[in-house]
Design a protein around this ligand. Structure first.
Ligand code: 13P
Ligand code: SF4
Length: 324
């Protein structure tokens, strides 16, 4: 066995259920180089739950949903944070670590929700609804966060909305998340017409078909799905909440109505659980690959920067969320 394969053999043990042996040598080469670069650069890799298993299980130091990545970013001691995820996640890490170098392996890794709304839109909405607090989903640019009162993620949205103690809030830009929360809280919610291009594609008919094809399957849906889809599911929650559900309940068969890598990553940890697809791919998340992570650490690019006047205001909205 060559030295690289020998060094990475324990990592392959983790992912062997999901990565065919024939594919491993090319992954191993990149992983070995990345592990060495992390040491050399004093860097940590934060990876979202939608990253592929070779990233999630083999090079990430910290994994989780958007909320966990934001919380953990605050505790990082390394000099460099590489965010294996999409741009808004890297911006959030930078907001919370203004003195550190934050890298994203592909600047084009965006998000349909973040692209659906601008800072000018928020200012217009404030004029239209004076006095109504603005809650922005963390899936937004720093410029949008800077115009808001507080941020939220799918993991704390209900808590954040209820913490405001008012009968009406603006929750932007995810229309479906807002409708799902309005249903749960009884708070009147003004929203926007942003959608996640991954979750908007699921339909109630998909879930009914799934139940017919796989009797007894437990269905977990992300709250970015349309309310009619969430209504057909057994449970709705953030990606971390779905992981926790699988970890604690160990269902015989489960369908995760979300991005595809979520099931792959959980299948590595819980080989006894049967994961039933359908799933949809997030092409933004899939822009992040091992070769791009390696290049990012070799060349120290692409560095995420935020103009100071925007950063100070955006940080306040994120920190207010983290304090709830
Ligand atoms: P989570 O915060 O639930 O991980 O969701 C982030 C995201 O982009 C979902 O599409
Ligand atoms: Fe954005 Fe949806 Fe991709 Fe998440 S899955 S990053 S919300 S487009």
């Amino acid at each position: 066995m060559n030295a690289v394969l020998e060094r990475t053999a324990p990592l392959y043990e983790r992912v062997r259920h999901i990565i065919p042996a024939i594919e491993w040598p090319s992954f191993a080469e990149e992983i070995d180089a990345i592990l060495e670069l992390k040491r050399r650069r004093n860097a940590v890799v934060l990876a979202h739950n939608y990253q592929t298993p070779e990233i999630f299980h083999c090079v990430a130091d910290i994994v989780g949903d958007s909320l966990a990545l934001a919380r953990e970013a605050m505790r990082v001691e390394a000099d460099v944070i590489l965010l294996a995820g999409v741009h808004f996640m890297a911006e959030t890490a930078k907001l919370l670590n203004p003195g550190k170098t934050v890298l994203i392996p592909d600047m084009e890794a965006g998000c349909s929700l973040a692209e659906s709304i601008t800072a000018a839109d928020i200012r217009m909405l404030r004029q239209r609804h004076p006095g109504v607090p603005v809650v922005t989903y963390v899936n937004t640019s720093a410029a949008v966060k800077a115009e808001s009162d507080i941020c939220c993620t799918s993991g704390n949205v209900r808590k954040v909305v209820e913490s405001l103690g008012v009968p009406r809030v603006m929750l932007l830009p995810d229309e479906f998340l807002a409708q799902n929360v309005a249903r749960e809280t009884g708070v009147e919610i003004i929203t926007w017409n942003g959608h996640c291009e991954v979750h908007e594609r699921f339909t109630p008919a998909d879930i009914r078909q799934l139940r017919e094809d796989h009797p007894g399957v437990i269905v977990l849906a992300h709250p970015e799905c349309p309310p009619e889809v969430v209504a057909e599911a057994d449970f709705a929650g953030s990606t971390a909440m779905m992981s926790d559900f699988v970890a604690s309940k160990r269902p015989t068969r489960v369908a995760l109505i979300t991005e595809c890598s979520m099931s792959d990553n959980l299948a590595v940890q819980y080989p006894e659980v049967g994961f039933v697809r359908p799933c949809n791919l997030c092409l933004h998340m899939k822009r992040i690959t091992l070769p791009k992570i390696r290049t990012a650490l070799e060349d120290m690019r692409h560095e995420v920067t935020i103009a100071p006047d925007i950063a100070d205001r955006a940080r306040r909205a994120v920190e207010r969320m983290l304090a709830v």
